[in-house]
Design a protein around this ligand. Structure first.
Ligand SMILES: Cc1cc2nc3c(=O)[nH]c(=O)nc-3n(C[C@H](O)[C@H](O)[C@H](O)COP(=O)(O)O)c2cc1C
Length: 321
């Protein structure tokens, strides 16, 4: 496959981004994805800048290829992380949980490409006007914080509404997903859940095992009443939050219940009371393998599907002449 518009924009070989997942997406994982020709992204989450600086140093020691940092704009350390990425000349920034508008001039001055994650057409339109370079349209199949529209429905609408390249995220775990995303008008994909089970992903083995075992209906959205719904694999924590919501427990108490829970599963392997964030595509993740193999397999499968359709397309055109 020749480089498309997104690959040229980000200076990568394949239009595959590894989502910047809080606690999960470390320098090692991001380096492995970037070395394979995709775009590895470090997840800054709610971590302080010194921890993220270590991850950036790791990737810069492992590769000269482009990489990104995901900044959660709601984090108390967001401003420090922004200073850090400006200082370290990180080539690409993705943003979650908000609008990066007021930082755009600083990013642009340093030549940093800015790619926000959106879950609605209105936000995509607004951010394009503010000068972002591409947009990640993330459907509610994804792991972690979710919106309320599916990828299948969100991506074509965002792709139609903006001129910058759109990257589809949510529920994509293989080449079928990449081929589908391209058909919907996206120029590439971002995958999170699939990369939790990459060899280079340093999360606790219990977390990987839970993703590997998950079936089609094993994830659930928790915390809808807080206004910040999160998709996780069903466990004791999700049942407890469901109960609290049914009993009308306050938003603050439910939010407090979630504090430190992702870290608990990532670092300690607490799959009962940890927030086992993962998307619906967990059911399609069956093996632990090197991140580079994941990138190459996704590309190869997508190319094969598109070639098959190309033949179909040719015969269709002949018959309809
Ligand atoms: C464990 C986990 C943590 C995540 N953390 C973040 C985050 O900090 N910021 C962000 O913008 N997206 C975050 N995401 C979303 C991913 O970057 C990505 O867009 C999403 O996982 C894609 O959907 P998928 O899980 O179906 O592949 C997270 C996802 C997971 C599974």
């Amino acid at each position: 496959m020749q480089k498309n518009e997104l690959c040229r924009l980000l200076n990568i070989e394949f239009p595959i981004l590894q989502g910047g997942m809080a606690w999960v997406a470390t320098g090692e994982l991001a380096a492995a994805v970037s070395l394979a020709g995709g775009l590895g992204i470090i997840g800054a989450g709610q971590s302080p800048a010194d921890l993220i600086e270590r991850e950036i140093n790791k990737i810069q020691n492992l590769t000269d290829k482009p990489f990104g940092v995901n900044i959660m704009l709601l984090s108390p350390y967001a401003e420090d992380i922004i200073e850090l990425v400006l200082d370290k000349e990180v080539p690409i920034v993705t943003t979650g949980a908000g609008n990066p508008g007021k930082y755009m001039d600083n990013f642009k001055r340093k030549g940093i490409k800015v790619i926000p994650v959106v879950a609605s057409v209105a936000l995509a339109r607004r951010l394009e006007k503010q000068g972002v370079d591409a947009i990640i349209a993330e459907g509610m199949e994804s792991g972690g914080h979710v919106g309320d529209i599916t990828t299948m429905v969100l991506v074509p609408q965002v792709a139609q509404a903006v001129k910058v390249p759109v990257i589809a995220a949510g529920g994509i775990a293989d080449g079928r997903g990449l081929a589908a995303a391209l058909a919907l008008g996206a120029k590439g994909v971002q995958m999170g859940t699939r990369f939790i089970c990459a060899e280079e992903c340093t999360v606790h083995q219990n977390y990987k095992d839970m993703v590997l075992k998950a079936k089609d209906r094993d994830t659930v959205i928790t915390g809808r009443t807080t206004g910040h719904p999160v998709r996780i694999i069903k466990n004791k924590l999700s049942r407890l939050i469901d109960q609290m919501e049914a009993q009308g427990t306050t938003k603050e108490e439910i939010e407090n219940m979630g504090v430190g829970r992702l870290r608990a599963v990532v670092k300690e392997g607490d799959t009962a009371m940890g927030s086992v964030m993962a998307g619906q595509s967990s059911a399609m993740v069956e093996t632990i393998e090197p991140a580079g193999d994941i990138v190459r397999q996704v590309m190869a499968q997508a190319c094969e599907i598109m070639n098959n359709h190309w033949e179909l397309n040719q015969s269709c055109c002949r018959e309809n002449k």
